[in-house]
Design a protein around this ligand. Sequence first.
Ligand SMILES: Nc1ncnc2c1ncn2[C@@H]1O[C@H](COP(=O)(O)OP(=O)(O)OP(=O)(O)O)[C@@H](O)[C@H]1O
Length: 753
Amino acid sequence: MQNEQQFIDRLYDRLGVLHAEAQSLAKASLAQVGRGQQARLERDVSVAEHGRTAAELAGVESGLCFGRIDLAEPGAGPDHHHIGRIGIRDDDSERTPLLIDWRAPVARPFYLATGHTPMGVRRRRHLTTEGRTVTALHDEILDIADTTRTGHEDPNGDAVLLAALNAARTGRMGDIVGTIQAGQDRIIRAPHQGVLVVEGGPGTGKTAVALHRAAYLLYAQREVLAKRAVLIVGPNPAFLSYIGEVLPSLGETGVLLATVGELYPGVTATGTDSPEAAEVKGRAEMAEVLERYVRARQSVPEDALEIDHDDYGSLFLERAMAEDARARARETSLPHNLARPYFAFHLIDALTDQLVERLGADPYGGPNLLGPDDIAQLGKEIATSPEVHAAIESLWPTLTPERLITEFLADPEGLDDRDAKAIRRTCGALAPSDFTPADVPLLDEAAELLGFDDSAQRAAEEAERQERIAYAQGVLDLSYASRTYEFEDKEDALDGDTEASEVLGVHDVIDAERMAERQEEADHRSAAERAAADRTWAFGHIIVDEAQELSAMAWRLLMRRVPTRSMTLVGDPAQTGDEAGCGSWETILEPYVQDRWELVRLGVNYRTPAEIMDLAAGVLRAEAPAFEPPRSVRSTGVPPWTKQAGDLPDAVADAVARDLPDDGRLAVIAPRALHESLATRIEGVRAGAEPDLTQRVVLLDARQSKGLEFDAVVVVEPSAMRTSDLYVALTRATRTLGILYTGGLPDGLRRHG
Ligand SMILES: Nc1ncnc2c1ncn2[C@@H]1O[C@H](COP(=O)(O)OP(=O)(O)OP(=O)(O)O)[C@@H](O)[C@H]1O
């Protein structure tokens, strides 16, 4: 123990030095005063980079080192390795590794070695620390022939895992880096490049595995992923804050966590949909409905449209002209806004022809009297006529996704009456915040169908680029001038010209255009921050948690964000609650990768004790008798309780007072309609508010409890819940579960009533 403490002290000293170094580098960069935009950008990038390193080092402070492996035949190298959250080297001349990153290949036996397959490891040690103090050691002997004993032997090798599973919950998910199980490790490090689906029942560690896989991939593919960023998609903001501390505790900050509703920059989707509306909006056929809706906005007049031209009197925009222009614009296959200039161009051409015919017609039937210059002039005048443009706009309007979807929701076309009624919004223009999460995939679809007409922005950017090139050219000219000067100096010094010709200046290796591009790249935001602001960002990898909940339209959005299809999807079809949820993995994936995806299963439940899992499984078995739940890793001997209540709020208040553990968290999971009345009787709880999971008692509905866990759970009125929602609610507890009801119990729970 003492030796380990000495090692840990040394490790924290080194961490302190590295942290201080990063901080002072950030400070020093901040203090740099450079002239001009370039210098400022470079300073910002440097401050941000060192700041990030400092934050990453601060994030791994708790439980920095958690393991050690002693090698059977060390050879020339060290005879043991300490394993930790990040890799740390000494500052000796060899930069000797002090701590091995858990993701490094050298650390792998820590997770996989067994007595049967020891992988060259003699002994595995788990170190438990509180703050910077070593509080316990647990050793497993993997080489039976080895007779040395330390006095810290753990006969079953699971004391550390069980301690982690029994520990009081904090309202924030913790990492499992010290106790990753072999089956989980294989998924975390799976070399699969395409779509990997991780399926498993409640509590099997899907979320934990997904987050550790994100950290692993960032380590193993740092080059690509640091640039392209990793996106983690979760079902709601409360869940994202629940898991938000795991990656920083693994030293990774470059990850974007978002719900699908947050993936359309500029829109905060705070509106809510009825379950029917969300289901309709999420259907795959909405893509075609919207496509037809956009095409319907490309109209032609019934009768000729009379355009009053200031100088030339009436022009007649005839239906055939518009039809022809529309057909040609559609032939380009460009999105609506980008095809619009083609429509305008052909119409302007046709109207010019009309005018030329009228003004230049030879009364004696000869050829037209206007020459090419006159015709060009007339064309220009038509092209710049506001009246002509107004007519074009009325036939082929420039549209934004927000406008298109607002108008569509006000009067949904292309749906049957029931579906149209379910999604119709009666208010006028929607503010960006009035959109709902289910609208976001529709906005994204609309953005694709409309295309972004960025010609004005591109013109401005090009002007800016030219300016940068001019500036860069100035820098290069200066550098060239100094080159001549230095070169001459060098020549004198060398007394010859052979070596001098090898001296390269910036002007030799870079031209003004490339230098300008480099300036542009010097954006000090991290890739994740830039990705969050860019709808068209292509992520390096996407991880989707509770993937069974996403609608077909949400999948279309996500697939656009990852053209390489490098994805990890985790979920449990038995827990599907959302009406818009897609059902089977085949249905979800077939349109994008056909059958080129891999499925892995997790079958051990680390959360829910066997007594609670038995009861929860009964609920699903009532509908699907062959249902097999995941096997619970532990049992507590405490059976769940069930009670019929007279006064529900009173009974809930009593249950909270009785079941709330001194050291942990309790959730009351009840149908939304009961929240008002229950909230009045539970201290510190508010109905309707976004739950603060760090509170000791929280009130949730079953959907909100998805993915979360608590020491104790009280489920209220289970018969008012859908079966899959009830299954979710019943599988949230790590220690105790109670059920309160007034009328009756659903079939699957009756034998416990
Ligand atoms: N190897 C492990 N070591 C320690 N704890 C673990 C391990 N694997 C899972 N756990 C714990 O088990 C609990 C359940 O894990 P997690 O939330 O990832 O499960 P899940 O499969 O996503 O569940 P659900 O589908 O119900 O949301 C968490 O507290 C997690 O930390």
